[in-house]
Design a protein around this ligand. Sequence first.
Ligand code: UDP
Length: 235
Amino acid sequence: MQKLEQLYEGKAKKVFRTDDPGLYIVDYKDDATAFNGVKKGTIASKGIVNNTMSAIIFEMLESKGIPTHLVKLLSDRETLVKAVKIFPLEVIVRNAAAGSFSKRYGMEEGHVFTKPCLEFSYKNDDLGDPLLNDDHIVALGLASEEQLAVIRDYALRINDALKEFFLEIGLKLIDFKIEFGLCDGEIILADEISPDTCRLWDVKTNEKMDKDRFRRDLGNVEETYQEVLKRVKNK
Ligand code: UDP
Protein backbone atom coordinates (compact mmCIF):
# COMPACT_ATOMS: atom_id res chain seq x y z
CA MET A 1 0.00 0.00 0.00
CA GLN A 2 1.46 3.35 -1.14
CA LYS A 3 1.53 6.52 0.95
CA LEU A 4 0.07 9.36 -1.12
CA GLU A 5 -0.25 12.97 0.02
CA GLN A 6 -0.30 13.97 3.65
CA LEU A 7 -3.81 14.81 4.83
CA TYR A 8 -3.02 15.99 8.31
CA GLU A 9 -0.20 16.47 10.76
CA GLY A 10 -1.05 16.40 14.45
CA LYS A 11 1.11 16.69 17.54
CA ALA A 12 2.25 13.06 17.50
CA LYS A 13 1.16 11.61 14.15
CA LYS A 14 0.88 12.29 10.45
CA VAL A 15 -1.95 10.85 8.37
CA PHE A 16 -1.57 10.01 4.66
CA ARG A 17 -4.04 9.18 1.94
CA THR A 18 -3.62 5.90 0.04
CA ASP A 19 -4.93 4.81 -3.36
CA ASP A 20 -7.91 3.32 -1.50
CA PRO A 21 -10.21 6.15 -0.30
CA GLY A 22 -11.31 3.96 2.61
CA LEU A 23 -7.81 3.52 4.01
CA TYR A 24 -5.24 5.86 5.54
CA ILE A 25 -1.67 5.37 6.69
CA VAL A 26 -0.77 6.77 10.12
CA ASP A 27 2.89 7.62 10.73
CA TYR A 28 3.92 8.04 14.39
CA LYS A 29 6.45 10.75 15.31
CA ASP A 30 8.75 11.15 18.33
CA ASP A 31 7.42 14.65 19.05
CA ALA A 32 5.89 15.10 22.48
CA THR A 33 3.73 17.94 23.73
CA ALA A 34 1.97 18.55 27.02
CA PHE A 35 -0.25 21.19 28.60
CA ASN A 36 -2.05 21.97 25.33
CA GLY A 37 1.19 22.35 23.41
CA VAL A 38 2.93 24.66 25.90
CA LYS A 39 5.63 22.07 26.73
CA LYS A 40 7.36 20.61 23.68
CA GLY A 41 10.07 18.01 23.25
CA THR A 42 10.97 14.70 21.68
CA ILE A 43 11.06 11.25 23.18
CA ALA A 44 13.45 9.09 21.14
CA SER A 45 11.69 6.10 19.54
CA LYS A 46 8.33 7.06 21.08
CA GLY A 47 6.72 6.74 17.63
CA ILE A 48 7.86 3.13 17.42
CA VAL A 49 6.59 2.32 20.91
CA ASN A 50 3.18 3.96 20.38
CA ASN A 51 2.66 2.49 16.91
CA THR A 52 3.60 -1.06 17.90
CA MET A 53 1.77 -0.99 21.22
CA SER A 54 -1.41 0.49 19.75
CA ALA A 55 -1.54 -2.24 17.10
CA ILE A 56 -1.13 -5.01 19.70
CA ILE A 57 -3.81 -3.50 21.94
CA PHE A 58 -6.28 -2.78 19.12
CA GLU A 59 -5.92 -6.39 17.98
CA MET A 60 -6.65 -7.58 21.51
CA LEU A 61 -9.72 -5.31 21.68
CA GLU A 62 -10.96 -6.58 18.29
CA SER A 63 -10.72 -10.13 19.68
CA LYS A 64 -13.08 -8.98 22.48
CA GLY A 65 -15.63 -7.59 20.02
CA ILE A 66 -14.65 -3.91 19.99
CA PRO A 67 -14.53 -2.60 16.40
CA THR A 68 -11.39 -0.53 15.71
CA HIS A 69 -9.77 1.31 12.81
CA LEU A 70 -6.82 -1.14 12.75
CA VAL A 71 -6.19 -2.85 9.43
CA LYS A 72 -2.53 -3.81 9.56
CA LEU A 73 0.82 -2.83 11.03
CA LEU A 74 2.99 -1.75 8.06
CA SER A 75 6.35 -0.89 9.67
CA ASP A 76 7.73 0.13 13.04
CA ARG A 77 6.17 3.61 12.70
CA GLU A 78 3.30 3.07 10.24
CA THR A 79 -0.11 1.46 10.46
CA LEU A 80 -2.79 1.04 7.82
CA VAL A 81 -6.14 2.15 9.26
CA LYS A 82 -9.73 2.59 8.14
CA ALA A 83 -10.55 6.17 7.19
CA VAL A 84 -12.94 7.57 9.77
CA LYS A 85 -14.56 10.85 10.65
CA ILE A 86 -13.40 11.48 14.21
CA PHE A 87 -15.93 12.62 16.83
CA PRO A 88 -14.35 15.78 18.28
CA LEU A 89 -14.51 14.21 21.74
CA GLU A 90 -11.80 13.09 24.12
CA VAL A 91 -13.32 10.15 25.93
CA ILE A 92 -11.54 9.74 29.25
CA VAL A 93 -12.01 6.78 31.56
CA ARG A 94 -10.64 7.02 35.08
CA ASN A 95 -10.17 4.22 37.60
CA ALA A 96 -8.35 6.40 40.12
CA ALA A 97 -7.84 10.12 40.62
CA ALA A 98 -4.88 11.73 38.84
CA GLY A 99 -3.89 14.67 36.66
CA SER A 100 -6.59 17.19 35.86
CA PHE A 101 -9.19 15.32 37.96
CA SER A 102 -7.05 15.65 41.09
CA LYS A 103 -6.33 19.27 40.35
CA ARG A 104 -9.94 20.19 39.58
CA TYR A 105 -11.58 18.42 42.51
CA GLY A 106 -8.76 18.38 45.08
CA MET A 107 -8.62 14.59 45.39
CA GLU A 108 -5.26 12.97 46.07
CA GLU A 109 -3.66 11.16 43.09
CA GLY A 110 -4.08 7.40 43.32
CA HIS A 111 -7.41 7.44 45.21
CA VAL A 112 -9.21 4.45 43.66
CA PHE A 113 -12.82 4.98 42.60
CA THR A 114 -15.61 2.54 43.51
CA LYS A 115 -16.59 2.50 39.82
CA PRO A 116 -14.98 3.85 36.65
CA CYS A 117 -15.51 7.56 36.04
CA LEU A 118 -16.25 8.51 32.45
CA GLU A 119 -15.55 12.03 31.25
CA PHE A 120 -15.77 13.86 27.92
CA SER A 121 -13.95 16.90 26.70
CA TYR A 122 -14.28 18.89 23.51
CA LYS A 123 -11.30 18.32 21.19
CA ASN A 124 -10.68 21.98 20.50
CA ASP A 125 -7.24 23.43 21.23
CA ASP A 126 -8.41 27.05 20.86
CA LEU A 127 -10.94 26.52 23.66
CA GLY A 128 -8.51 24.47 25.77
CA ASP A 129 -10.44 21.16 25.44
CA PRO A 130 -13.29 22.11 27.84
CA LEU A 131 -15.18 19.45 29.81
CA LEU A 132 -18.55 18.40 28.37
CA ASN A 133 -21.59 16.72 29.85
CA ASP A 134 -24.01 14.64 27.75
CA ASP A 135 -26.35 17.58 27.13
CA HIS A 136 -23.45 19.78 26.00
CA ILE A 137 -22.44 17.12 23.49
CA VAL A 138 -25.94 16.90 22.02
CA ALA A 139 -26.48 20.69 22.12
CA LEU A 140 -23.21 21.28 20.27
CA GLY A 141 -24.13 18.56 17.75
CA LEU A 142 -20.91 16.63 18.46
CA ALA A 143 -22.75 13.28 18.75
CA SER A 144 -26.35 12.11 19.05
CA GLU A 145 -27.76 10.62 22.23
CA GLU A 146 -27.78 7.19 20.56
CA GLN A 147 -24.15 7.54 19.45
CA LEU A 148 -23.18 8.67 22.94
CA ALA A 149 -24.76 5.55 24.45
CA VAL A 150 -22.67 3.36 22.12
CA ILE A 151 -19.49 5.32 22.89
CA ARG A 152 -20.13 5.02 26.63
CA ASP A 153 -20.69 1.27 26.38
CA TYR A 154 -17.54 0.72 24.29
CA ALA A 155 -15.45 2.94 26.60
CA LEU A 156 -16.40 0.90 29.67
CA ARG A 157 -15.81 -2.42 27.87
CA ILE A 158 -12.44 -1.15 26.66
CA ASN A 159 -11.61 -0.17 30.25
CA ASP A 160 -12.40 -3.70 31.51
CA ALA A 161 -10.24 -5.28 28.79
CA LEU A 162 -7.35 -2.85 29.28
CA LYS A 163 -7.35 -3.10 33.09
CA GLU A 164 -6.97 -6.88 32.84
CA PHE A 165 -4.39 -6.67 30.03
CA PHE A 166 -2.15 -4.20 31.88
CA LEU A 167 -2.48 -5.91 35.26
CA GLU A 168 -1.09 -9.10 33.70
CA ILE A 169 2.07 -7.15 32.82
CA GLY A 170 2.38 -5.49 36.24
CA LEU A 171 0.74 -2.16 35.41
CA LYS A 172 -2.21 -0.46 37.07
CA LEU A 173 -4.44 1.43 34.63
CA ILE A 174 -5.15 4.73 36.38
CA ASP A 175 -6.84 6.50 33.45
CA PHE A 176 -6.76 6.82 29.67
CA LYS A 177 -8.11 8.81 26.74
CA ILE A 178 -9.63 7.30 23.61
CA GLU A 179 -11.23 8.66 20.47
CA PHE A 180 -13.94 7.23 18.26
CA GLY A 181 -14.77 7.74 14.62
CA LEU A 182 -17.54 6.95 12.14
CA CYS A 183 -16.83 4.50 9.33
CA ASP A 184 -19.72 3.53 7.03
CA GLY A 185 -22.15 4.63 9.73
CA GLU A 186 -20.47 2.44 12.37
CA ILE A 187 -18.80 3.80 15.49
CA ILE A 188 -15.27 2.39 15.79
CA LEU A 189 -12.30 2.98 18.08
CA ALA A 190 -9.64 5.14 16.39
CA ASP A 191 -6.48 7.09 17.35
CA GLU A 192 -4.02 5.29 19.66
CA ILE A 193 -3.63 3.59 23.04
CA SER A 194 -0.10 4.12 24.35
CA PRO A 195 1.90 5.55 27.26
CA ASP A 196 1.03 8.97 25.74
CA THR A 197 -2.67 8.39 26.31
CA CYS A 198 -2.78 6.18 29.43
CA ARG A 199 -1.60 6.58 33.00
CA LEU A 200 0.09 3.34 33.99
CA TRP A 201 1.61 2.79 37.42
CA ASP A 202 3.91 -0.14 38.21
CA VAL A 203 2.04 -2.56 40.47
CA LYS A 204 5.04 -3.20 42.75
CA THR A 205 6.70 0.23 42.97
CA ASN A 206 3.84 2.59 41.99
CA GLU A 207 6.31 4.20 39.61
CA LYS A 208 4.75 6.23 36.82
CA MET A 209 5.25 4.37 33.52
CA ASP A 210 3.70 6.89 31.11
CA LYS A 211 3.82 10.40 29.70
CA ASP A 212 3.77 11.95 33.18
CA ARG A 213 7.53 11.23 33.18
CA PHE A 214 7.79 13.81 30.36
CA ARG A 215 5.09 16.19 31.65
CA ARG A 216 6.62 16.33 35.14
CA ASP A 217 10.32 15.94 34.22
CA LEU A 218 10.66 12.71 36.20
CA GLY A 219 13.57 11.37 34.09
CA ASN A 220 14.07 8.01 32.32
CA VAL A 221 11.39 8.93 29.79
CA GLU A 222 12.72 6.89 26.82
CA GLU A 223 13.65 3.93 29.04
CA THR A 224 10.15 3.86 30.52
CA TYR A 225 8.44 3.84 27.09
CA GLN A 226 10.78 0.98 26.06
CA GLU A 227 9.99 -0.96 29.24
CA VAL A 228 6.24 -0.65 28.66
CA LEU A 229 6.63 -1.85 25.05
CA LYS A 230 8.80 -4.76 26.18
CA ARG A 231 6.16 -5.91 28.65
CA VAL A 232 3.35 -5.52 26.08
CA LYS A 233 5.30 -7.48 23.45
CA ASN A 234 6.28 -10.27 25.84
CA LYS A 235 2.73 -10.78 27.06
N1 UDP B 1 -4.99 12.50 27.83
C1 UDP B 1 -4.56 12.43 26.53
N2 UDP B 1 -4.66 13.54 25.74
C2 UDP B 1 -5.16 14.73 26.19
C3 UDP B 1 -5.61 14.79 27.53
C4 UDP B 1 -5.51 13.67 28.32
O1 UDP B 1 -4.11 11.38 26.07
O2 UDP B 1 -5.22 15.69 25.41
C5 UDP B 1 -4.89 11.31 28.71
C6 UDP B 1 -3.82 11.45 29.77
O3 UDP B 1 -2.60 10.90 29.33
C7 UDP B 1 -4.38 10.67 30.92
C8 UDP B 1 -5.90 10.80 30.76
O4 UDP B 1 -6.12 11.18 29.41
O5 UDP B 1 -4.04 9.29 30.79
C9 UDP B 1 -6.51 11.82 31.68
O6 UDP B 1 -5.83 13.03 31.53
P1 UDP B 1 -6.19 14.31 32.41
O7 UDP B 1 -7.56 14.77 32.09
O8 UDP B 1 -5.91 14.02 33.84
O9 UDP B 1 -5.29 15.46 31.84
P2 UDP B 1 -3.78 15.86 32.07
O10 UDP B 1 -3.45 15.66 33.50
O11 UDP B 1 -3.03 14.98 31.14
O12 UDP B 1 -3.80 17.30 31.66
